[in-house]
Design a protein around this ligand. Structure first.
Ligand code: NAP
Length: 488
C-alpha cells in the first residue's frame, strides 16, 4: 500500500518534537508501509534536502530510544519532502495537488499540525483543489475550537468536505500504551468487571500533573488554560475509559458509542457545584527541581494581569446505575510537585473488620500513565511482626503492593502514543480517535464552568510552583471524607 503523509506545519514544534520522531520510530520498527512519502508543508522556502537537514538537526534535541546512525537517518530521510505553501492562500493548494498527483498514492493523510484558526480555511481549500478524495484521511490536532460553538463550526466544515470515517481527531492520551492496557484490563480480563461499580468502589481519581511551566507556549496557554487544554479532552477521555460500559465489539463506533454515553451521563452543573466542586488555581513563583522558578504571570507571552487557570481540580459523578454516587475527581496542572499521570481506583474498606487496618483503608488499583507505565494493586497482608507473635488478639495488617511494570515486562522500546496513532491513521483504524459528537458533548459539559469563571471576579487561587496546587483542592475532596492519593 502506498501512502503520502502531508504534514501541514511540518517545521513546527509538534512536528519536530513528536511527529517526526514517531514516524522515525515506526520506520525503524519496520511498521511504516513501504513506498510512502512524508511531505512537510510550511511557508518557509526549503528544498527537500534543506528540510531533511532541518529534521536531522532537530533530532539531536529530542528523546529517542537510540540515536540514528547517519546511514539509518539517510534511509528515513529519503521519505521526506517539502512543499512551500501558505495555507491562507488558495492559489498555493494547486502546488500541493500537483505534487500529490505525481504518485496518486493509495492513501493520502493530511495532518493539520498548524494553528486551529487555519483548520476551516484549509479544509475548504483542500476540497476546492479536489484533494478530498475517498482516499483522503484528515488528522486534526487539539484544541479543536475554543468552546462548543467554535468546535461545532470546525466540525461542520470538516464534515462538509469529508465523511466522518475519514476524520481522525487526535487525543494522544488514547494512544498511550497504558490507556490501551486499561481497555485490556477491563475488557480482556474478567477479574475486575464484577468489582467495577458503586457497591465496591469508593471514588476514582484522575491526576495529570506536570512539573514544567508553560515554557515557550505562554501566549497560546494564556488563551487556553488548563480546563480547555487538559480537562475537556485528555482527562474526560480517561474518565470515559474508566467509566464506560463494555462495548459490544472492538470496532471504533462501538467504543465511541459507549464513551459518548458516559459524557452524556455526567452530572449537570448547578450553581452550588460550580462553586464547591471546581477549584481553579494559578502558579506563583516557587521551587521546582531544586531551582527557583517564576510565577505564571511573569512567564513570557503571558498577560501580567492574567486570570488564566494553570490548575483545575473538580468533582463529578456519572449518573447511571453502575456509578451513581461515586465521586470522580479530576486534577491537572502545571508546575506541580511532580510529572505524574495516573488513575487511582479506591475500593471501599472491608465491610466487617477482623484485622486492624489504617483508618478507612481500602484496596487501591493504580493505573500509571507517566512517567512509569504500569499497574499497581495495593492490598493488605500479614507483616513480619505478626509472625513473631503479636500480643493483641487483633492482628495488624501491613500494606503490600503487586506491581506490574509494563516497560520491564514488554520492553521500554514499545510503540509510543504518536507512533501508534500515526500508524492507525495510515491503516484507517479509528478506534483511538475521537468522534465529533463525543467532542461536542465534552465541550457542552465544560462550558458552564467557563461561563461561571467569566462572571466570577475572584479569579484563580494562587499556589506556589512545586506544590500540589491550592489547598482548596484538598479541602474539596476532604468534604467527602476522601483524600488525594499522595495525601492519604
Ligand atoms: P508552531 O510551532 O507554531 O508551528 C506552526 C507550524 O505551522 C509551523 O510549521 C509554521 O511554519 C506553520 N504555519 C503557520 N502558519 C502557516 C500558514 N499560513 N501556512 C502554512 N503553514 C503555516 O505550532 P505547534 O506547537 O507545532 O502546534 C501546531 C498544532 O498542534 C496547534 O494546533 C497546537 O495547538 C497543536 N498541538 C501542539 C502541541 C505541542 O506540543 N507543540 C501539543 C498538542 C497539540 P511557517 O511559519 O514557516 O509557515
Amino acid at each position: 500500500m502506498s501512502f503520502d503523509l502531508v504534514l501541514f506545519g511540518g517545521t513546527g514544534d509538534l512536528a519536530w518534537r513528536k511527529l517526526m520522531p514517531a514516524l522515525f520510530q515506526a520506520f525503524r520498527h519496520g511498521s511504516l508501509p513501504q513506498g510512502g512519502r512524508i511531505i512537510g508543508v510550511a511557508r518557509d522556502d526549503l528544498t527537500d534536502d534543506a528540510y531533511r537537514a532541518l529534521i536531522r538537526a532537530r533530532f539531536d534535541e529530542v528523546e529517542l530510544a537510540k540515536r540514528p546512525s547517519a546511514e539509518e537517518f539517510s534511509r528515513f530521510a529519503a521519505l521526506l519532502h517539502f512543499v512551500r505553501m501558505d495555507l491562507s492562500k488558495p492559489a498555493d493548494y494547486a502546488r500541493l495537488a500537483s505534487v500529490l498527483r505525481e504518485r496518486n498514492a493509495d492513501t493520502v493523510v493530511m495532518y493539520l499540525a498548524t494553528a486551529p484558526s487555519l483548520f476551516t480555511m484549509a479544509c475548504e481549500q483542500l476540497a476546492a483543489a479536489g484533494l478530498n478524495t475517498p482516499n483522503t484521511r484528515l488528522v486534526l490536532e487539539k484544541p479543536l475550537g475554543h468552546d462548543l460553538a467554535s468546535n461545532r463550526a470546525i466540525n461542520e466544515t470538516v464534515r462538509s468536505v469529508l465523511a466522518e470515517k475519514q476524520i481522525f481527531r487526535i487525543d494522544h492520551y488514547l494512544g498511550k500504551p497504558s490507556v490501551q492496557n486499561l481497555f485490556a484490563l477491563r475488557f480482556g480480563n474478567s477479574l475486575f468487571e464484577p468489582l467495577w461499580r458503586r457497591e465496591t468502589i469508593a471514588n476514582i481519581q484522575i491526576t495529570i500533573a506536570e512539573d514544567l511551566g508553560v515554557e515557550k507556549r505562554g501566549a497560546f496557554y494564556d488563551q487556553t488554560g488548563a480546563l480547555r487544554d487538559m480537562v475537556q479532552n485528555h482527562a474526560l477521555q480517561l474518565l470515559c475509559a474508566i467509566g464506560m460500559e463494555p462495548p459490544i465489539n472492538a470496532h471504533a463506533d462501538a467504543i465511541r458509542d459507549e464513551k459518548l454515553k458516559v459524557l452524556r451521563s455526567l452530572k449537570p452543573w448547578t450553581p452550588e457545584t460550580l462553586t464547591q466542586h471546581v477549584i481553579r488555581g494559578q502558579y506563583t513563583a516557587g521551587t521546582s527541581g531544586g531551582e527557583h522558578v517564576r510565577g505564571y504571570r511573569e512567564e513570557p507571552g503571558v498577560d501580567p494581569q492574567s486570570n488564566t487557570e494553570t490548575f483545575v481540580a473538580l468533582r463529578t459523578e456519572i449518573a447511571n446505575w453502575r456509578w451513581a454516587g461515586v465521586p470522580f475527581y479530576i486534577r491537572t496542572g502545571k508546575r506541580l510537585a511532580g510529572r505524574d499521570a495516573r488513575i487511582v481506583v479506591n475500593f471501599r474498606p472491608a465491610p466487617h473488620a477482623i484485622f486492624r487496618l489504617p483508618m478507612g483503608a481500602g484496596n487501591r488499583l493504580v493505573i500509571n500513565l507517566q512517567p512509569k507505565d504500569g499497574l499497581e494493586l495495593h492490598l493488605f497482608a500479614q507483616g513480619q511482626e505478626n509472625r513473631a507473635g503479636a500480643k493483641s488478639a487483633v492482628q495488624s495488617l501491613a500494606p503490600v503492593q503487586l506491581d506490574l511494570d509494563f516497560d520491564k515486562r514488554f520492553g521500554s522500546e514499545r510503540v509510543g502514543a504518536y507512533e501508534r496513532l500515526l500508524l492507525d491513521v495510515i491503516d484507517g483504524r479509528l478506534n483511538l480517535f475521537v468522534r465529533s459528537d463525543e467532542q461536542e458533548e465534552a465541550w457542552r459539559w465544560v462550558e458552564p464552568v467557563l461561563d461561571h469563571w467569566r462572571s466570577d471576579s475572584s479569579g484563580p487561587r494562587p499556589y506556589a510552583a512545586g506544590t500540589w496546587g491550592p489547598s482548596a483542592a484538598s479541602a474539596m475532596i476532604a468534604r467527602d471524607s476522601h483524600c488525594w492519593s499522595e495525601e492519604c
